[in-house]
Design a protein around this ligand. Sequence first.
Ligand SMILES: Cc1cc2nc3c(=O)[nH]c(=O)nc-3n(C[C@H](O)[C@H](O)[C@H](O)COP(=O)(O)OP(=O)(O)OC[C@H]3O[C@@H](n4cnc5c(N)ncnc54)[C@H](O)[C@@H]3O)c2cc1C
Length: 465
Amino acid sequence: MKRSQQALAVGAAAGALAFLAAKRRGISLRKWLRVQADIAQIIVRNTSKDGNWRWSRLRELLFLASLERARRLEVAEADVVAPNDPDAVYRLHPLTHVRTQRQLSATSSKAMMALRMEADSKPVVTDLVLVGGGHAHVHVLRMLGMCPMPGVRITLITRDVETPYSGMLPGHVAGVYSRREAHIDLNKLARVARARLIAGEVTHIDSDAQLLHLKDGRPPLPYDVLSVNVGIAPSKPAAYVTPVKPIATFSVKWDALLSRLDDASSFRLVVVGGGAGGVELILAMVARVSHELTQRGRSTTCLSATLVARSSELLQGHAVGVRRLLTEAVRRKGIRVLLSHEAIETSTDNGEKILKCRHEGRMVQVPFDECAWCTQAAAPEFLSRSGLDVDDRGFLRTNLRLQCLQNNTPTRVYAAGDCSTVDGHPRPKAGVFAVMAGMALYHSASRGAAAPSRHRRASCPSDEF
Ligand SMILES: Cc1cc2nc3c(=O)[nH]c(=O)nc-3n(C[C@H](O)[C@H](O)[C@H](O)COP(=O)(O)OP(=O)(O)OC[C@H]3O[C@@H](n4cnc5c(N)ncnc54)[C@H](O)[C@@H]3O)c2cc1C
């Protein structure tokens, strides 16, 4: 056969396979090819961006590309079944888009059962304790559930048993997602991982004695391997002001405010913090209150909203386009923006709550009914008392294996998310980095628990949102 005939035959076979694949999914061949081309483009773009390629990174990229490809095909399928319904994909493919690598490569449920039985039959020799139910630990628990570790007892200590998924917080405030939708039930996840769950707050890590001290006089808990993912503490809690986190406290105040919509004459909302969280939050609050007022047939003129920022512009550090778009959105909603205003303290005057801000050397008073605090993160203070190395802001220092250091020496304590900083790779405090650290934390902490000397994988934190 001539070369041109061979090429034609291969082309025809590939075309036929593509046609069959598209038909099987019920989407057009054109759409199917478009998705494949887009994914190929993503792979090429990302591989050419970084000259320093390693096999493990390429594997990771191919895996992520396969997830993205699956998601795009699922969306295309859903478009055929229910055009114009953006939610159809979630009904047709519940959660398949969040499969993890381990789950995909797991041979069968029989193999998983065998693993579990093996894990159950071994005596406990190592206590792995997870402190905090943050975004990274959610992933660690999920992985431990899928891949149980013989001889390792897992304990999760968390202040909130329902942990909010940060990307959905503003949507929850706006009334788009219910509380259940925007929160992850750690109780269920702990059961999957067969972890003991302690609903409590750690107040002290004694890294020398390998003991955790808890609030409310509970007995201290020993650990062999520790993983910390406790997020941040509100940087400046003040009276009458509600820090956005823990969201449970914020939710209670927010619900109370919404319940007054029928009788109160005015709603003065104030958000302190001109970063992405603050801007998103005030837009969500205004959207919700406006919607509720309209539903009740009331005018929205009784609503006033103020965003207080210490910086001279909103969303400092973000791309120019993002800043412009969001600043414009805030302006369109009629939100008053006080730039270069540093919130100092709160007080009451004749029962009216007032936020005092410093602006160009003088004090400005901002009266409010509800004030949410959404400013720069501060490290939980118990971290700096732990004996572990912390950075200049009090966040735990880790190496690339997410191991905390003690006098610059790696320990069997691991950390990820907002509460830590990887040496030499500082990142903004954002949920997306905590999520992405989840897999690396799982690998490191589980290796540390299985065999402390077997640390092979170092993981450089992602630098993209
Ligand atoms: C309104 C708003 C919107 C946001 N939107 C986004 C967004 O769209 N994208 C994004 O990337 N980031 C967003 N963020 C930032 C994001 O919320 C945080 O960066 C992220 O939650 C950090 O995750 P984490 O895993 O480190 O900790 P967290 O998610 O804060 O979890 C910490 C966990 O530890 C527990 N805990 C805390 N202290 C203790 C203790 N002493 N003992 C035991 N348990 C403890 C808590 O109960 C909680 O379960 C937003 C923040 C806000 C306020």
